[in-house]
Design a protein around this ligand. Structure first.
Ligand code: BEZ
Length: 221
Protein backbone atom coordinates (compact mmCIF):
# COMPACT_ATOMS: atom_id res chain seq x y z
CA UNK A 1 0.00 0.00 0.00
CA UNK A 2 1.52 3.36 -0.92
CA UNK A 3 1.89 5.72 2.04
CA UNK A 4 2.42 9.39 1.34
CA UNK A 5 2.96 10.21 -2.32
CA UNK A 6 5.03 13.05 -3.75
CA UNK A 7 2.80 16.12 -3.99
CA UNK A 8 0.54 15.03 -1.10
CA UNK A 9 -0.03 17.53 1.68
CA UNK A 10 2.11 16.40 4.64
CA UNK A 11 -0.08 15.55 7.68
CA UNK A 12 -0.39 18.37 10.22
CA UNK A 13 0.22 15.98 13.12
CA UNK A 14 0.57 16.95 16.76
CA UNK A 15 3.41 15.42 18.75
CA UNK A 16 5.53 15.71 21.87
CA UNK A 17 9.12 16.66 21.11
CA UNK A 18 12.25 17.75 22.91
CA UNK A 19 11.07 21.37 22.46
CA UNK A 20 7.54 20.67 23.74
CA UNK A 21 4.30 19.82 21.96
CA UNK A 22 4.17 20.89 18.31
CA UNK A 23 1.68 21.07 15.46
CA UNK A 24 3.80 20.21 12.48
CA UNK A 25 2.64 22.93 10.07
CA UNK A 26 3.10 25.60 12.76
CA UNK A 27 6.57 24.22 13.45
CA UNK A 28 7.44 24.55 9.75
CA UNK A 29 5.97 28.03 9.32
CA UNK A 30 6.92 29.19 5.80
CA UNK A 31 10.14 27.16 5.73
CA UNK A 32 11.14 24.01 3.97
CA UNK A 33 11.33 21.04 6.36
CA UNK A 34 13.18 17.76 6.69
CA UNK A 35 11.84 15.02 8.95
CA UNK A 36 14.12 12.02 9.46
CA UNK A 37 13.28 8.96 11.51
CA UNK A 38 15.52 6.59 13.46
CA UNK A 39 14.97 3.06 14.75
CA UNK A 40 15.80 3.73 18.38
CA UNK A 41 17.66 5.99 20.82
CA UNK A 42 21.03 4.84 22.18
CA UNK A 43 21.89 2.77 19.08
CA UNK A 44 25.19 3.09 17.22
CA UNK A 45 24.26 3.93 13.61
CA UNK A 46 21.54 6.37 14.74
CA UNK A 47 24.06 8.14 16.97
CA UNK A 48 26.48 8.66 14.05
CA UNK A 49 23.64 9.93 11.84
CA UNK A 50 22.29 12.41 14.38
CA UNK A 51 25.81 13.60 15.13
CA UNK A 52 26.44 14.26 11.43
CA UNK A 53 23.06 16.02 11.09
CA UNK A 54 23.96 18.22 14.08
CA UNK A 55 27.42 19.02 12.67
CA UNK A 56 26.03 20.26 9.35
CA UNK A 57 22.81 21.79 10.72
CA UNK A 58 24.01 25.30 9.74
CA UNK A 59 23.96 24.15 6.10
CA UNK A 60 20.28 23.21 6.43
CA UNK A 61 19.60 26.56 8.13
CA UNK A 62 21.36 28.44 5.29
CA UNK A 63 18.93 26.79 2.87
CA UNK A 64 15.92 27.72 5.02
CA UNK A 65 15.21 24.10 5.99
CA UNK A 66 13.88 23.27 9.47
CA UNK A 67 15.14 19.93 10.77
CA UNK A 68 13.27 17.49 13.00
CA UNK A 69 14.13 13.89 13.93
CA UNK A 70 11.84 11.13 15.16
CA UNK A 71 12.21 7.86 16.99
CA UNK A 72 9.99 5.60 19.02
CA UNK A 73 11.33 6.56 22.44
CA UNK A 74 10.22 9.09 25.04
CA UNK A 75 11.14 12.77 25.31
CA UNK A 76 13.21 11.94 28.39
CA UNK A 77 15.20 9.29 26.48
CA UNK A 78 15.64 11.71 23.57
CA UNK A 79 17.02 14.39 25.91
CA UNK A 80 19.50 11.95 27.47
CA UNK A 81 20.50 10.48 24.11
CA UNK A 82 21.02 14.00 22.65
CA UNK A 83 23.80 14.48 25.23
CA UNK A 84 25.55 11.33 23.94
CA UNK A 85 25.16 12.56 20.36
CA UNK A 86 26.73 15.94 21.11
CA UNK A 87 29.50 14.28 23.16
CA UNK A 88 30.20 12.01 20.15
CA UNK A 89 30.79 15.26 18.21
CA UNK A 90 33.07 16.47 21.04
CA UNK A 91 30.54 19.25 21.70
CA UNK A 92 29.22 18.03 25.04
CA UNK A 93 28.43 21.60 26.15
CA UNK A 94 26.11 22.31 23.19
CA UNK A 95 22.46 21.36 22.74
CA UNK A 96 21.31 19.26 19.78
CA UNK A 97 20.39 21.95 17.22
CA UNK A 98 17.04 20.39 16.23
CA UNK A 99 14.17 18.71 18.08
CA UNK A 100 13.34 15.00 18.19
CA UNK A 101 9.74 13.77 18.06
CA UNK A 102 8.79 11.21 20.73
CA UNK A 103 6.71 8.59 18.94
CA UNK A 104 6.73 6.10 21.80
CA UNK A 105 3.23 4.86 20.89
CA UNK A 106 4.38 4.42 17.24
CA UNK A 107 1.24 6.24 16.04
CA UNK A 108 3.08 8.56 13.68
CA UNK A 109 5.39 5.78 12.50
CA UNK A 110 2.35 3.76 11.47
CA UNK A 111 0.56 6.76 9.91
CA UNK A 112 3.62 7.71 7.84
CA UNK A 113 4.57 4.12 6.89
CA UNK A 114 7.90 4.25 8.69
CA UNK A 115 8.08 0.85 10.39
CA UNK A 116 10.75 -1.64 9.24
CA UNK A 117 9.22 -5.14 9.39
CA UNK A 118 12.70 -6.73 9.44
CA UNK A 119 13.99 -4.92 12.54
CA UNK A 120 12.19 -5.63 15.81
CA UNK A 121 12.75 -4.84 19.46
CA UNK A 122 13.12 -7.50 22.15
CA UNK A 123 9.31 -7.85 22.32
CA UNK A 124 9.10 -8.48 18.56
CA UNK A 125 7.61 -5.05 17.75
CA UNK A 126 8.93 -3.41 14.54
CA UNK A 127 11.32 -0.47 14.87
CA UNK A 128 11.20 2.61 12.67
CA UNK A 129 13.18 2.50 9.44
CA UNK A 130 15.39 5.40 8.31
CA UNK A 131 12.83 7.56 6.50
CA UNK A 132 13.48 11.02 5.14
CA UNK A 133 10.71 13.38 4.14
CA UNK A 134 11.45 16.78 2.60
CA UNK A 135 8.49 19.12 2.76
CA UNK A 136 8.15 22.34 0.76
CA UNK A 137 6.91 25.72 2.06
CA UNK A 138 3.52 24.75 0.56
CA UNK A 139 3.49 21.79 3.05
CA UNK A 140 3.58 19.30 0.19
CA UNK A 141 5.88 16.28 0.12
CA UNK A 142 8.79 16.95 -2.26
CA UNK A 143 10.94 13.87 -1.58
CA UNK A 144 10.83 10.68 0.43
CA UNK A 145 13.50 8.05 0.90
CA UNK A 146 13.45 4.91 2.96
CA UNK A 147 16.52 3.02 4.17
CA UNK A 148 16.44 -0.09 6.36
CA UNK A 149 17.58 0.23 9.95
CA UNK A 150 20.91 -1.42 9.13
CA UNK A 151 22.05 1.24 6.58
CA UNK A 152 23.01 4.73 7.73
CA UNK A 153 22.17 7.68 5.44
CA UNK A 154 24.43 10.33 3.90
CA UNK A 155 23.33 13.75 5.18
CA UNK A 156 25.57 15.59 2.71
CA UNK A 157 23.63 13.87 -0.07
CA UNK A 158 20.45 15.22 1.52
CA UNK A 159 21.86 18.76 1.25
CA UNK A 160 22.64 18.12 -2.43
CA UNK A 161 19.10 16.87 -2.97
CA UNK A 162 17.65 19.94 -1.25
CA UNK A 163 19.76 22.18 -3.52
CA UNK A 164 18.23 20.39 -6.50
CA UNK A 165 14.68 20.57 -5.10
CA UNK A 166 15.00 24.29 -4.37
CA UNK A 167 16.47 25.06 -7.80
CA UNK A 168 13.93 23.00 -9.73
CA UNK A 169 11.08 24.57 -7.73
CA UNK A 170 12.11 27.94 -9.23
CA UNK A 171 13.29 27.10 -12.75
CA UNK A 172 12.13 24.74 -15.48
CA UNK A 173 15.24 22.59 -15.21
CA UNK A 174 16.25 19.17 -13.92
CA UNK A 175 19.58 18.21 -12.35
CA UNK A 176 21.58 15.35 -13.89
CA UNK A 177 23.51 12.55 -12.24
CA UNK A 178 25.88 13.69 -9.48
CA UNK A 179 24.91 17.33 -10.09
CA UNK A 180 26.12 19.90 -7.60
CA UNK A 181 25.38 23.63 -7.34
CA UNK A 182 27.19 25.57 -10.09
CA UNK A 183 27.11 22.66 -12.57
CA UNK A 184 25.12 22.74 -15.80
CA UNK A 185 21.51 21.55 -15.61
CA UNK A 186 19.14 19.95 -18.10
CA UNK A 187 16.26 21.73 -19.78
CA UNK A 188 13.09 19.76 -18.99
CA UNK A 189 11.71 17.75 -21.93
CA UNK A 190 8.28 19.45 -21.94
CA UNK A 191 9.79 22.83 -23.02
CA UNK A 192 9.86 23.50 -26.77
CA UNK A 193 13.07 24.79 -28.38
CA UNK A 194 11.58 28.27 -28.69
CA UNK A 195 10.47 28.30 -25.03
CA UNK A 196 13.90 27.09 -23.90
CA UNK A 197 15.69 29.79 -25.91
CA UNK A 198 13.42 32.46 -24.42
CA UNK A 199 13.73 31.14 -20.84
CA UNK A 200 17.49 30.60 -20.66
CA UNK A 201 19.47 33.71 -21.61
CA UNK A 202 22.75 31.87 -20.90
CA UNK A 203 21.99 29.68 -23.92
CA UNK A 204 21.05 26.05 -24.45
CA UNK A 205 23.44 23.47 -25.87
CA UNK A 206 22.06 20.28 -27.32
CA UNK A 207 24.12 17.08 -27.47
CA UNK A 208 23.96 15.20 -30.75
CA UNK A 209 22.82 11.61 -30.29
CA UNK A 210 22.54 8.59 -32.63
CA UNK A 211 18.74 8.76 -32.42
CA UNK A 212 18.80 12.30 -33.83
CA UNK A 213 16.43 13.28 -31.03
CA UNK A 214 17.25 16.61 -29.39
CA UNK A 215 16.43 15.79 -25.78
CA UNK A 216 19.82 16.20 -24.08
CA UNK A 217 19.75 19.96 -23.61
CA UNK A 218 22.03 21.72 -21.12
CA UNK A 219 21.92 25.22 -19.75
CA UNK A 220 23.62 27.19 -17.00
CA UNK A 221 20.90 28.25 -14.55
C1 BEZ B 1 21.66 1.30 14.88
O1 BEZ B 1 21.26 2.47 14.89
O2 BEZ B 1 22.82 1.04 15.06
C2 BEZ B 1 20.69 0.18 14.58
C3 BEZ B 1 19.39 0.26 15.02
C4 BEZ B 1 18.52 -0.81 14.75
C5 BEZ B 1 18.96 -1.89 14.00
C6 BEZ B 1 20.27 -1.93 13.55
C7 BEZ B 1 21.14 -0.88 13.83
Amino acid sequence: MPGLLLGDEFPNFEADTTIGRIKFHDFLGNSWGILFSHPRDFTPVCTTELACAAKISDEFKKRGVKMIALSIDSVEDHRNWSKDVMAFNSEAESALPFPIIADDKRELSVQLGMLDPDERDKDGIPLTARCVFVIGPDKKLKLSILYPATTGRNFNELLRVIDSLQLTAQKKVATPVDWKPGDKVMVIPSLSEAEATALFPNGVTTKELPSGKKYLRYTQP
